[in-house]
Design a protein. Structure first.
Length: 157
């Protein structure tokens, strides 16, 4: 058997690094974020195998499995919160939810519960109490593509 083919008795650090590179390429090709954690585990085992060359193959495989489980768990726990701004699944298909709490202006009077408000440089359909154009309102909810608004209470001195 050629020297470059790993056997059960000899897995070198560069074998783990190649595996890590292959897993990173899979990460780029596959949807989601999963293979990166396995790749980091493979790179870590390669580094430990480099530092501790006497480590046998079964120990390396167990180390890879353990590091993979820990890396996937930590990655899903912490990175998903960073990426989505909360627990996994929050923030998906809820672009208008980011508007809740903002104060905007009615541009088409709200009549029979419906009108339009100005948000940034665009107008949005709004549902709320009867209000004339120019009234400041607070966005309190979203129903589909319609913003639910209430009149902004102004403090008077």
């Amino acid at each position: 058997m050629p020297d470059w083919v790993p056997t059960w008795q000899s897995v070198h650090p560069w074998h783990w690094w190649v595996l890590g590179a292959i897993l990173l390429m899979l990460e780029v090709a596959a949807p989601g974020v999963f293979f990166v954690w396995l790749a980091l585990s493979a790179f870590g085992v390669g580094l430990l195998t480099f530092v501790l060359p006497f480590m046998d193959v079964p120990s390396q495989l167990l180390l890879f499995a353990g590091l993979s489980v820990v890396a996937v768990w930590l990655g899903r726990r912490y990175v998903s919160r960073l990426a989505l701004g909360g627990s996994e699944g929050e923030g998906i298909n809820t672009g208008a939810q980011r508007l809740v709490g903002r104060t905007v202006t009615v541009v088409v009077p709200i009549h029979n519960g419906l009108g339009r408000v100005r948000v940034g440089d665009s107008d949005w359909r709004a549902r709320g109490p009867e209000l004339p154009a120019g009234t400041a309102v607070r966005i309190v909810g979203v129903e589909g593509t319609t913003l639910v608004v209430q009149e902004e209470k102004r403090l008077t001195a």
